[in-house]
Design a protein around this ligand. Structure first.
Ligand code: AMP
Ligand code: MG
Length: 708
């Protein structure tokens, strides 16, 4: 299919007077998306809108462009209506009939209710149309849908069965009624169709192969995206956001997805019309997500205050926290693919949970007001209410069998537990008084529509998915995964399958750091081992910044001759050497290589591990869009004796014993790699002096609170 150069989305309005001068909701909004940019226009009357569209179509035709024009009202009516109204089963016969009968003045004054009454008069019974303002009393146009009888037309089109939230075409008044919009919109489209006879086609009635394709759209397909934008911009007008977002999404849909959307209409759509985008909702949502270019880090983001010699741990962490910001893009993902991702915005419930009051137990439901003190005997109505299957209604003074999770039937506000009842002869007996509302869950008692279910910066755990799903959020706005590269440096380092002989040592840091980073939810890049050679390290870093958002290196971080990472960053990038008052740990290097943050960890695996947990984890978290993670610890008695001087913080490899003591590894030697595997957490000894005897409280930080 030839791609479109321009997508126009129209939010129609059935107002009977011009919309306010100041742009407002419930008016006509038109978005035009072209060449990657969009413009929305606010129009106060349908006449203005018709002129706007004619001008846009004319320009497009003159330039040989292809235009997709979407309108948010039904293009057709349930099958059979065209025949009954016009004697032909052609949807365009309805368009022409309406353009002959509808009068719509430049002021928006119109005769749609009279026309609806006139149509109704052609049908048996009341006719299908209903709904009008209380003061427009018209014989032949009922004000309530349920007042209609005998008109012999289906209530909904096939597409409205697929999209249950879409409103039926017969409803002309109050919220969400598209019926009036169609009556006042179709004559405008009929006119455009006559005016651009050779260049316009109307999908799905025609094959969508001409310069201008008009199609029915439904902006609520993108309600998650729209709600997120509106929540972030309280000033935004939802109607304006809707047309803009839908125009952008349709413009960016891949040719395959677009073709799928056009092919999705079944045969019945040739008469009834169809909604463009149904069937490709996920692709549409992905295409709708805003492009947010992540900010670059500032060159001085790792600068420590001048004159500081040994930086206390808390100060180092505060500097990291202040200097870093997310560097990843946002995207929209189906919830089923979002575990471990970080939310890029607050996620607001689009539905209350529970959506309707329901029963918390298996038992019998009734109106509390029909019961009193002492023994109660209520007749049971036939049937029952179960989760997913409604029951009732229940008359005052009667009861119904109800199961856990069932929506409370009409007439029920209280439930008595099955175990507290006896049944005999179609009656249920129990002891009163029963508390009003007993065993009933109120609608929204868990989460109310509009509440924040999960905040921006949350890394999604499986329970978050449950809460978000219950609140109706199927598509989430998340950050792209942070791509973390891991590089080891040192001439002595060997790969696991190298023939070791007596020379060298195996590279223990890389598998550990790769595992930590992926456990923290990042996507990892193994950058291998670089020798202690400036050119080799430079080459590796130059290649790495093309595929990494952050780089962890180990080794070569101090100021010795062999320490090329440090020398290289100093001369060709930016770097700050942080001498942190921490044990284990040597200087931590924090630098930027072509704008990409590099965390230079100590080479010693024990120090590399501890520094990764304490410093790299929160820093990478912030780069990935996550809230600053504070490790949770608790005080437990020590099994050991230790004397520590003031001036630096110490982390001991430790284990929690079954009876709740902290046991320290037998050696504090930082070369003892086996100790980090033996341990299940760290004991954190504060910066001041400590003289610890067995039984004294020490702070234990389980590895779990570092996401390990
Ligand atoms: P460096 O920071 O390069 O001076 O290294 C400090 C110590 O850690 C030296 O004993 C190195 O051999 C050792 N070391 C450095 N990198 C690694 C590694 N990837 N795996 C195991 N040991 C390492
Ligand atoms: Mg080295």
């Amino acid at each position: 299919m030839t791609p479109f150069n321009k997508v126009i989305i129209v939010d129609w309005s059935a107002r009977s007077a011009p919309s306010p001068k100041r742009p407002s909701a419930d008016a006509i909004w038109i978005a035009v998306h072209e060449n990657g940019t969009d413009e929305t226009t606010y129009l106060r009357t349908r006449h203005e809108a018709a002129a706007f569209l004619a001008a846009a179509f004319e320009t497009a035709v003159a330039r040989g462009q292809r235009v997709l024009a979407g309108f948010d009202f039904p293009f057709g009516y349930p099958a059979g209506f065209a025949q009954a109204l016009t004697g032909r089963s052609d949807p365009f016969a309805i368009w022409d009939w309406l353009s002959e009968n509808i009068e719509d003045a430049p002021s928006n004054a119109n005769n749609r209710f009279e026309v609806a009454a006139k149509i109704n008069a052609q049908f048996p019974g009341t006719g299908p149309f209903w709904g009008r303002p209380a003061d427009r009393i018209l014989t032949g146009l009922p004000d309530k849908g349920r007042a209609r009888t005998g008109y012999d037309q289906p209530e909904r089109r096939a597409i409205e069965e697929c999209v249950p939230s879409a409103q039926p075409v017969w409803k002309l008044y109050t919220t969400g009624s598209v019926g009036s919009q169609a009556l006042l919109g179709l004559p405008v489209l009929a006119n455009l169709r006559r005016q651009f006879a050779r260049d316009i086609c109307v999908w799905p009635f025609d094959t969508p192969d001409r310069a201008i394709v008009m199609a029915e759209v439904y902006p609520s397909l993108l309600s998650d995206t729209v709600n997120a934008i509106c929540a972030a911009e309280p000033e935004a007008i939802k109607d304006e956001v809707q047309v803009r977002v839908l125009a952008r999404a349709l413009s960016r849909l891949s040719p395959t997805d677009l073709a799928t959307a056009f092919d999705a209409a079944p045969d019945v759509a040739k008469e009834e019309g169809w909604i463009l985008g149904v069937g490709v909702e996920s692709a549409l949502r992905r295409a709708a997500a805003p492009d947010i270019a992540p900010p670059r880090l500032k060159n001085d983001c790792f600068a420590l205050p001048p004159g500081v010699d040994w930086v206390p741990v808390d100060e180092a962490l505060a500097t990291l926290r202040a200097g870093l910001a997310p560097v990843v893009k946002t995207l929209s993902l189906p919830l089923s693919e979002a575990v471990g991702r970080v939310l890029a915005g607050d996620h607001i419930a689009v539905r209350s949970n529970p959506p309707r009051p329901n029963s918390a137990v298996d038992g019998y439901g009734f109106a509390h007001a029909s019961t009193g003190d002492g023994p109660q005997v209520l007749p049971l109505v036939a049937g029952s209410a179960a989760a997913g299957r409604d029951g009732g209604p229940v008359p005052h003074g009667a009861a119904i069998r109800i199961l856990t999770g069932a929506a409370l039937p009409k007439g029920v506000d209280t439930v008595v537990l099955e175990e507290d009842t006896t049944l005999r002869d179609g009656h249920v007996a129990f002891e009163g008084p029963v508390k009003p509302g007993a065993n009933a869950r109120a609608a929204g008692e868990d989460v109310r529509k509009g509440d924040i279910v999960a905040p921006k910066g949350r890394r999604l755990r499986p329970p978050d998915l449950a809460a978000l799903t219950a609140a109706g959020l199927g598509e989430l706005t998340v950050f792209d995964r942070l791509r973390v590269g891991v590089l080891s440096t040192g001439d002595e380092l060997l790969e696991p399958d190298d023939d070791a002989g007596a020379r060298g040592i195996f590279d223990a840091n890389r598998p550990m750091l790769l595992g930590l980073a992926s456990g923290w939810g990042h996507s990892t890049r193994d950058l291998g081992i670089a020798p202690d050679d400036r050119d080799a390290v430079r080459g590796t870093l130059n290649a790495a910044v093309r595929t990494c958002d952050a780089i962890l290196t180990s080794g070569g971080a101090s100021a010795g001759d062999e320490d090329h990472i440090s020398a290289l960053l100093r001369s060709e990038g930016t770097v700050a050497t942080w001498r942190i008052a921490v044990k284990p740990g040597r200087p931590l290097l924090l630098g930027l290589w072509q704008g990409v943050p590099v965390f230079g960890l100590p080479g010693n695996p024990v120090a590399a591990f501890v520094c990764a947990l304490i410093f790299a984890r929160p820093a990478l978290g912030v780069l990935a869009g996550q809230d600053w993670p504070e490790p949770l610890g608790f005080d437990v008695p020590a099994t050991f004796t230790k004397r520590k001087k003031a001036g630096r913080r110490e982390y001991l490899r430790a284990r929690l014993t079954p009876d709740g003591y902290a046991e320290a590894f037998k050696s504090e030697g930082s070369g003892r790699v086996s100790g980090i595997s033996w341990a299940t957490g760290l004991v954190e000894l504060e910066d001041g002096a400590r003289d610890i005897a067995p039984g004294d409280p020490v702070r234990f930080l389980p590895f779990g609170s570092f996401g390990v």
